[in-house]
Design a protein around this ligand. Structure first.
Ligand code: B12
Length: 436
């Protein structure tokens, strides 16, 4: 029996599929799903770097999709259904709008698949597969992911390892918060270390620690960092910026090999943060916190959204100064988008502020709702202007080369410089750097 797992790729602004010669960041879902059902043959297609085989002989077509790539997932699902195949969908988008996904496939797995995916396959074999499977986990644990399914492909020089899943916060726009509703499960440290050791055994010197808030449990993090340090590897992750306020933990994280952290700063307007239910983050502390993290030797990457109700075209323009002044090496921006299934979608819809009802066109690079203090068109224009400002050649030089510590690691800074030039090239073609 065979499963064909497809991670779809999104469409670009000209209607073509986003294709790359290499997908540096890969998701972990296929390697986990394959490990859960090792009596099934499992083939993976990462559509960004390889074509979908519509003539696959698999018994089950398993389709995943992130954000606006879901429209491609649906097309793939339709094409396989038309060929008489059994299609199953899962991942964030299908989980946030299962009724919609079910129009195009035989069954949907909502959220965590660890318990239900083996059950779904057993039901399939017995001819009684249900249309939806939903079993939130009480404990996050799974067998060693089948990394060899990913390493055979053109990916980056690191592999993903998961520490936790879900998030303790409840930011209204966030898919993770709205799917997990405050649930935040951490894996046992021995299990996480088992996976990291495997990544090392496979010849990798780096890993991406997947977790939506890796430093929220300090005792866990201290223990994990102590063990990671012994492996002498390099790692990257994301967490809330409050890590800066615990100097001891910050030093431990850096000392264990953490090279870069990504922070969801979202906005430099405190009012906007409050509108997003993220008032716990304090804009007045950002500059100090970022400086402290950089001084610890950890490179900074940020994720921000523009278009919350406290934002104006002027405040969005000031965001460019903030990014350049704080010398953020990898800054990414999204237009605040009401993703179906999130609280923000429900609120915005109830207020009649959605100006584009075609949920499949929601790509985070085009405004689809009317913020309080500007029109949707003004928001889209301010977003692209922000990107062009932050990625002007002079701004790139200031953020990546003209910084303290340059001479300690010139090659690394030139690497960031190069990555930024590539992003600049993409942006000028209308592709935001976050797209893949
Ligand atoms: C790695 C990653 C990427 C990589 C890899 C993408 C790729 N093509 O493989 C990169 C950086 C390229 C990327 C890009 C994007 N990403 Co991304 N990404 C992630 C990240 C950080 C980790 C994913 C992961 O491995 N998680 C761990 C695994 C184990 O969890 P999981 O994927 O949820 O899978 C579990 C279940 O959902 C289930 N499952 C998943 N798929 C399927 C399919 C089937 C059939 C079944 C049965 C079960 C199943 O099984 C797993 C085990 O339980 C997540 C954040 C997160 N918290 O997960 C964001 C995340 C998934 N990404 C997101 C988004 C929006 C995007 C982009 C659209 C961003 C953009 N605006 O351009 C693009 C889309 C690119 C694309 N090609 O589709 C959102 C999705 C939100 C949503 N509503 O869909 C997330 C949640 C980030 C966030 N906080 O908002 N991403």
């Amino acid at each position: 029996m065979k499963i064909y797992f497809i991670q779809s790729t999104p469409y670009d602004s000209s209607g073509g599929l986003v294709k790359k010669s290499r997908l540096y960041f890969v998701g972990l879902a296929p390697a986990i799903l394959a490990a859960l059902v090792d009596d099934w043959e499992f083939e993976v297609c990462l559509e960004t770097i390889e074509p979908v085989d519509f003539d696959s002989d698999a018994d089950i077509i398993a389709v995943s999709g992130m954000g606006h790539a879901i429209i491609r997932s649906i097309e793939i699902a339709k094409a396989f259904s038309a060929r008489g195949k059994t299609v199953v969908m899962g991942g964030y988008m299908a989980s946030l709008m299962p009724e919609e996904a079910l129009k195009y496939c035989n069954s949907v797995v909502i959220g965590d698949a660890e318990e239900v995916f083996p059950q779904l396959l057993a039901d399939y074999r017995n001819g009684c597969m249900k249309s939806r499977y939903y079993m939130p986990l009480a404990k996050l644990s799974y067998p060693l992911p089948r990394y060899e399914l990913l390493t055979a492909k053109k990916i980056g020089n690191f592999l993903p390892v998961q520490a936790g899943r879900g998030c303790p916060h409840s930011c209204s726009f966030c898919s993770v918060a709205c799917l997990y509703r405050g649930r935040y499960l951490k894996r046992n440290i021995d299990e996480v270390m088992r996976d990291i050791r495997e990544v090392k055994r496979l010849g990798y010197k780096r890993f991406l620690l997947l977790d939506d808030n890796i430093c929220s449990d300090k005792a866990y993090m201290r223990e994990l960092c102590g063990q990671i340090k012994t492996l002498k590897m390099q790692w990257f992750s994301q967490c809330s910026i409050q890590i800066a306020d615990d100097g001891e933990l910050l030093a431990l994280v850096a000392d264990s090999g953490c090279a870069a952290l990504s922070f969801g700063l979202e906005s430099i307007s405190q009012e906007s943060l409050s509108y997003m239910n993220k008032g716990w983050a304090k804009v007045c502390d950002y500059e100090r916190q970022l400086a402290k993290i950089a001084a610890a030797g950890i490179d900074l990457s940020t994720e921000m959204v523009v278009g919350a109700d406290g934002d104006t075209p002027e405040s969005i323009e000031q965001t460019a100064d903030f990014i350049v002044l704080n010398k953020i090496a990898i800054p990414r921006f999204y237009i605040l988008t009401p993703i179906p299934g999130t609280d923000f979608f429900k609120e915005t819809q109830a207020q009649g502020r959605i100006v584009n009802e075609d949920i499949y066109s929601y790509n985070g690079a085009q405004a689809v709702h009317r913020p309080l203090r500007m029109t949707a068109e003004e928001l889209t224009a301010a977003y692209w202007k922000l990107y062009l400002q932050v990625f002007s050649v002079w701004a790139i030089i200031r953020r990546t080369l003209l910084k303290r510590g340059f001479w300690r690691a010139p090659l690394k800074h030139f690497f960031y410089f190069y990555v930024n030039l590539y992003y600049r090239y993409q942006i000028r073609r209308g592709i935001p750097p976050n797209i893949i």
